[in-house]
Design a binder for this molecule. Structure first.
Ligand code: FES
Length: 241
C-alpha cells in the first residue's frame, strides 16, 4: 500500500519507527512523509531520517515543510494545507493518511483534509500507541502536573543532563534533547527501549507496564511508558545512530 504521513513537531517519532521498519524490510509500504515544522531548527532527526530514506530508494520520500522559513530555506514553505499535500503527495485516492502531531495540527488538518473527501477509515490519527494527556488518568500523581525534572542520562559514551516534563514520557524527553534512544512499540510492551533507572521515580500506567518482574525489582524501566515524578539518573544502553 501507499501511505502519506503528515507529521508535526514531536509527532515525527512514530514515523521514525515506521521508516526503520520499511528500511529493515519489516513493513512493505511506500511512504511519502510531509513533516511540518515552524523553523528549520525545529527539525528532529532530520539527518537520520534522510539517511534512512536513502537506504530505501523509491519507497520513502520525505519533505520538510517550513511555516516560518528563513532566507536560506530552499524547501517547501507554509502549512500542511490541502494544496501543499496535493502538490507533494500527488493523488490521494488510493492512499492512506497517517497524522501525528500537536492538537492544533489535528484541528487544522480536519478542515484541510475535507477537500479530498476521503473515507474516514483512510485517515488515521496517531500512528502509534502513545498515550496522550497522561494527567487525565486518575492514578497519575497530580502534584507533579506542570513540573519539569532533570534527567542525568548516560548513553554509550555520552553523558548529559536534560529537562523532562512530568506529563511526557522519558523517551520523548530524550528525543527532544536530540538523542536517538532505541524504541519500537512506544507503548511499554516490547522492551526495546529498556533502560536502567539508577535513581529517581517514574509513574507507569499498570496497563502499559510490560516489564518483567525481575526488571522492576532491579530498577529497569521502559522509557516509552514511564513519566518522571522526580529527578532521574538513567542509563540508556545504546544510541541507535
Ligand atoms: S519501545 Fe517498546 S517498550 Fe519501549
Amino acid at each position: 500500500g501507499e501511505i502519506v504521513g503528515l507529521a508535526g513537531g514531536s509527532g515525527i517519532t512514530p514515523f521514525r519507527s515506521m521508516i526503520r521498519d520499511i528500511v529493515e524490510g519489516n513493513l512493505d509500504v511506500k511512504l511519502t512523509l510531509l513533516y511540518g515544522i515552524r523553523c528549520p531548527d525545529d527539525i528532529i532527526f532530520g539527518d537520520e531520517l534522510q539517511a534512512l530514506a536513502e537506504q530505501a530508494p523509491g519507497k520513502i520520500t520525505i519533505h520538510f515543510v517550513c511555516s516560518e522559513p528563513d532566507s536560506c530555506w530552499e524547501g517547501p514553505s507554509g502549512f500542511l494545507s490541502a494544496a501543499c499535500i496535493a502538490e507533494l503527495a500527488g493523488d490521494l485516492s488510493d492512499k492512506t493518511l497517517f497524522v501525528c502531531g500537536p492538537p492544533q495540527m489535528y484541528r487544522y488538518l480536519d478542515e484541510e483534509l475535507k477537500t479530498f473527501s476521503l473515507p474516514p477509515k483512510r485517515i488515521r490519527k496517531e500512528a502509534s500507541g502513545e498515550v496522550k494527556e497522561i494527567d487525565t488518568y486518575p492514578a497519575f500523581p497530580q502534584e507533579v502536573v506542570g513540573k519539569s525534572f532533570r534527567v542525568s542520562v548516560t548513553m554509550g559514551n555520552k553523558a548529559l543532563e536534560i529537562p523532562a516534563l512530568a506529563t511526557e514520557t522519558v523517551l520523548v524527553a530524550l528525543e527532544r534533547a536530540n538523542l536517538a534512544p532505541p524504541s519500537k512499540c512506544r507503548s511499554g510492551e516490547c522492551g526495546f527501549c529498556r533502560s536502567r533507572l539508577v535513581s529517581g521515580e517514574v509513574y507507569v500506567r499498570p496497563e502499559d507496564d510490560g516489564r518483567r518482574s525481575a526488571d522492576k525489582v532491579f530498577g529497569f524501566i521502559h522509557p516509552c511508558a514511564s513519566y518522571p515524578v522526580s529527578d532521574l539518573v538513567l542509563e540508556v544502553p545504546r544510541d541507535v545512530v
